[in-house]
Design a protein around this ligand. Sequence first.
Ligand SMILES: [Zn+2]
Length: 383
Amino acid sequence: MFSFAITARAGRARTGVFETPHGPVQTPLFMPVGTLGSVKGISPQELRDIGSQVVLGNTYHLLLRPGPERVRALGGLHGFAAYPGPWLTDSGGFQVMSLGHMRRISEEGVMFQSHINGDLIELTPEKSVATQEALGADVIMAFDECPPYPATREYLKESIERTLRWLERCLGAKTRPDQALFAIAQGGVDLELRRVSAEATVPFDTPGFAIGGLAVGEPKEGMYPAVGLSTRLLPEHKPRYLMGVGHPEDLVASVALGVDMFDCVYPTRTGRFGYALLPEGRLNLKLTRHLDDPSPIDPECDCYACRHFSRAYLAHLVRADEMLGLRMLSLHNLRYLHRLMEQARAAIREGRYGDFARDFARRRFGGEVPGWFRGALEEGGHW
Ligand SMILES: [Zn+2]
């Protein structure tokens, strides 16, 4: 039911097709985040129109409301949220750590207080899997412990071991054959612990593997060696998912190293703050100088906002806090990342990923390409 076929490679970058019960997914891809079962302000039809493939739902939020059994009774996320394509749910672990109050981690799981009404809730590997089975996503994630940055080596080691024991419990609790459970390798930016975690996780032979615990505040100089080592150690013939990463330059650098899947709230959140993503960086539409500009956000973009609206109109909407403006910026930003991944897939197929990534870097960074970016390209065989 889940297969992954690599159709072309360039250096360590690869493009392929991941089959799910709700259709094939072209990799590498960016997955929009629909925290509560909705990508804020964007309809399922709009997601389809801009080239979204997989949508991500957050187990922590959906567990608190509307509740997994209600979602199950109303057709799972596919039916309830009326997005018929593939879904992925996270395990809830990361958000319990970042949003839950008074959390307490034990071998059993995590006890926390709901940020909505203060209810005391326990999330365990078994409960995370049961919740994700009720939500019904195509890809579900193992319940893991994502240590903060910085974390002591001792803590990283303990959390790696606990994450492996929790993975075993997740697999034991899983009953639905139509869902793929991805294991998550941890280890922070400690390369030896990254190796320990990846080597111990690979034998579980899950249909895909995630790289967790990165993009949590560590410098890029620490993050990229960890990404590069992880993609060397995780199986070649399984999709690799770098969790919580969504800045354009991170997508380009990570694809160079063989990452296939990404998710992040960045494009929609930065859109709601009034920023539009451009090849040169972010455009701040709150600035008065855009109020008279008749040009589109990005003349190269084919999204509805760029085809119909001027910067002037969108800047006006943003200043007036009009819903349409914030919605259009989210739509454009998602389309920008989807287009970036479409271009990456084409470049890999045509064996010119290095040219693509260098062109990207010239526009994004100007004359000064940061060392971490160049390093990732070199390690991926593209520079
Ligand atoms: Zn656009």
